[in-house]
Design a protein around this ligand. Structure first.
Ligand SMILES: [Zn+2]
Length: 266
């Protein structure tokens, strides 16, 4: 691997920061949409699972009812048989036994009818819940469709720019070593605004605005090693790296006339 000078590495990491900030801006355009789309997709999957469960519960009730009805039919067949046998009973015991059977069979029919009613009651409630759920799912699907469309529009609008930035990014990553790239990624993750490389501004860190001691400032300008902010941990770079002429800062400090003359001499 080519041994790049610290200055080149700093320039590359600064450039990388500019690219990443632009990518962040593009992502900001998408806002919460990608997350909202993913959440909605998950939600719809969950609702559909619930719908499937409800449908299979309904089927179970249906099968139960068919079973009860078959049982009733069988009982009624038996009752017919017993009643026929009653016509030809030979003694009192036989008569009583048959009557007992008829009674039991009658009770079984009643019990089955009761269970059918209960099952039908549960089915009706389940069916109502299922209809509600279906309406709910339809609504969520429409929300999803809308958000997907919205996201797609933004993505299409920014696609080319993002692609280009990504390509530049890959090229820049080759110019910083792995350790620096890792540190950069770690800092970016830890700071709110995603700025891991900050310029020195008026002797302060451009990220957290903490004062940088003069010795540290001059060390940063030497480009001998990579120096971070003692307060926020951001990598610090000077104007030689950023190429930023401190116009904005001068503007704040000095009257406008001075700014114009500075610009003219640039
Ligand atoms: Zn700082």
């Amino acid at each position: 691997m080519v041994d790049l000078s610290i200055e080149n590495k700093l320039k590359a990491i600064w450039e990388l920061q500019q690219i990443d900030s632009k990518i962040d801006q593009l992502n900001l355009l998408k806002g919460e949409l990608p997350m909202e789309v993913a959440d909605l997709e998950d939600e719809i999957v969950g609702l559909n699972t619930r719908l499937d469960n409800m449908r299979s519960e309904l089927k179970t009730y249906e099968a139960d009812i068919v079973g009860y009805k078959t049982g009733i039919k069988q009982s009624e067949e038996l009752q017919k048989k017993y009643k026929k046998q009653l016509d030809s009973v030979k003694n009192n015991r036989e008569f009583e036994a048959l009557n007992k059977e008829l009674e039991i069979s009658g009770l079984e029919v009643l019990a089955a009818q009761k269970r059918i009613k209960e099952a039908q009651f549960h089915m009706e409630a389940k069916q109502n819940a299922l209809n509600l759920l279906e309406t709910n799912i339809e609504g969520r699907k429409k929300d999803l469709e809308f958000k997907q469309k919205e996201l797609k529009t933004i993505v299409t609008d920014t696609e080319d720019e993002e692609k280009e930035l990504m390509q530049t990014r890959v090229g820049l990553l080759n110019e910083v070593d792995e350790r620096l790239a890792k540190a950069y990624a770690r800092i970016r993750k830890n700071v709110k605004n995603g700025i891991a490389v900050a310029p020195i501004m008026r002797g302060s860190c451009g990220g957290c605005f903490a004062k940088i001691p003069p010795q540290r400032q001059s060390d940063i300008k030497q480009h001998f090693k990579i120096i971070d902010c003692e307060h926020c941990g951001r990598i610090l770079v000077d104007n030689a790296v950023t190429g930023i002429v401190a116009e904005k800062i001068v503007e704040e400090e000095k009257p406008k006339r001075r700014v114009r003359s500075l610009k003219a001499t640039k």
